[in-house]
Design a protein around this ligand. Structure first.
Ligand code: HEC
Ligand code: HEC
Ligand code: HEC
Ligand code: HEC
Ligand code: HEC
Length: 232
């Protein structure tokens, strides 16, 4: 009778062992790679060289987002303002504030930081292999609020959404949940109460999502989902 277990099977437990270990390492590495950046990124709130408050400047003083983020609706990239933008006001207001000392140093020819930019710590970032474009969203009815939350009320900016691929696609599949009239892009109080302004009252359009659906058809908004849209 032939040997039921040929010689090579002696190595089988060993081979299976190797496979299990390799798989185990793979799973752990994969989990770390996928899960860590996202779970850490939401709520990411580094401290900044100057304690700049959006709540003071946006909500209380009512300064338009575009006064400082001036490229957001005209280019792919949303800039952070230069010291000159701050200096326009702060050479006149809050001249004694210790919080603004780093800014004053940049305009003091006798200081070593003279002329240097303020090194703001970047918060939102997608990996270089993914392509993102601000103007393509802001000019198609998507508000800063959908992606960044209530920045206008933030004392210190934090990351409100995880910016994962799944998050991008969730909206690309159902943009009506977020589309709003162009006049409302910078209105952070936008809600169902604003809808009536844009529709005749016999249309049955009452919620922001109803209106979003209407705008989607009207503007023929069709966010793409093919890989090449975001991975060139
Ligand atoms: C007076 C200037 C000013 C105005 C107005 C302003 N911002 Fe900012 N914004 C800044 C500065 C400076 C930073 C970098 C420091 C920080 O993160 O607080 C910043 C950071 C941000 C960031 C985070 C950038 C990153 O690193 O990822 C977002 C998002 C943002 N602003 C959105 C908005 C929105 C939305 C509005 C309008 C409601 C607005 N900002 C109005 C000056 C301004
Ligand atoms: C359009 C005018 C204007 C611009 C532009 C502006 N600020 Fe202000 N900022 C103010 C005013 C007015 C106050 C005082 C608000 C108050 O006391 O309620 C203030 C307050 C502050 C304070 C708090 C000071 C303290 O001691 O409490 C800081 C810090 C500050 N601004 C930083 C900045 C920075 C950084 C920039 C540029 C990114 C900037 N501001 C741009 C008008 C401006
Ligand atoms: C569709 C989602 C979306 C919308 C809408 C959006 N952003 Fe962003 N924002 C992002 C993403 C994603 C990043 C990171 C981009 C990157 O890494 O290139 C970002 C980055 C930023 C940054 C940091 C840029 C830098 O280089 O430091 C600022 C400032 C900013 N956004 C401001 C705004 C403002 C102001 C608005 C509204 C006018 C807005 N964003 C609308 C998704 C969005
Ligand atoms: C809240 C909704 C929303 C989110 C979140 C969102 N998008 Fe979009 N995206 C849109 C809409 C709406 C359009 C415009 C589609 C059209 O013009 O028909 C668009 C268009 C695009 C385009 C095409 C732009 C061009 O140059 O033609 C790219 C690329 C893109 N999105 C990438 C991203 C990436 C990457 C993310 C995540 C980091 C993201 N989007 C998150 C709604 C969203
Ligand atoms: C709407 C934009 C968008 C589209 C469409 C898209 N991706 Fe992505 N993808 C992203 C973003 C943003 C990231 C970075 C996510 C992160 O930082 O976690 C990413 C990450 C990835 C990664 C890295 C692993 C990960 O999830 O972190 C792979 C692989 C990938 N995409 C493959 C694809 C393939 C294949 C397709 C087509 C079926 C596709 N993507 C379509 C935006 C997109």
């Amino acid at each position: 009778m032939a040997n039921f277990f040929p010689r090579w099977t002696n190595l089988l437990p060993f081979k299976i062992g190797i496979c299990v270990i390799t798989l185990g390492i793979g799973v752990v590495a994969g989990f770390t790679y996928y899960a860590t950046p996202k779970t850490l990124a939401v709520g990411y709130q580094p401290s900044q060289p100057i304690p700049f408050s959006h709540r003071i400047h946006s909500e209380q003083l009512g300064i338009d987002c575009r006064y400082c983020h001036s490229f957001v609706d005209v280019s792919g990239h949303s800039n952070v303002p230069t010291s000159n933008t701050c200096w326009n006001c702060h050479q006149h207001v809050q001249q004694e504030s210790p919080k603004l000392q780093p800014l004053r140093d940049r305009f003091n020819p006798d200081h070593p930081d003279f002329g240097k930019p303020v090194e703001w710590v970047r918060i939102h970032k997608v990996p270089d292999y993914a392509y993102f474009n601000h103007a393509a969203h802001v000019n198609r009815g998507i508000s800063c609020q959908s992606c960044h939350g209530r920045v206008d009320q933030m004392e210190v900016v934090y990351q409100a959404e995880n910016l994962s691929m799944g998050w991008c696609l969730e909206c690309h599949r159902a943009p009506e949940k977020h589309l709003r009239p162009m006049e409302e892009i910078f209105n952070f109080e936008y809600g169902d109460g604003d809808v009536a302004k844009y529709v005749a009252n016999d249309e049955g359009v009452t919620t922001t999502e109803d209106l979003g659906l209407k705008l989607k058809e009207l503007w023929q908004v069709q966010p793409r989902e093919s890989c090449a849209t975001c991975h060139h």
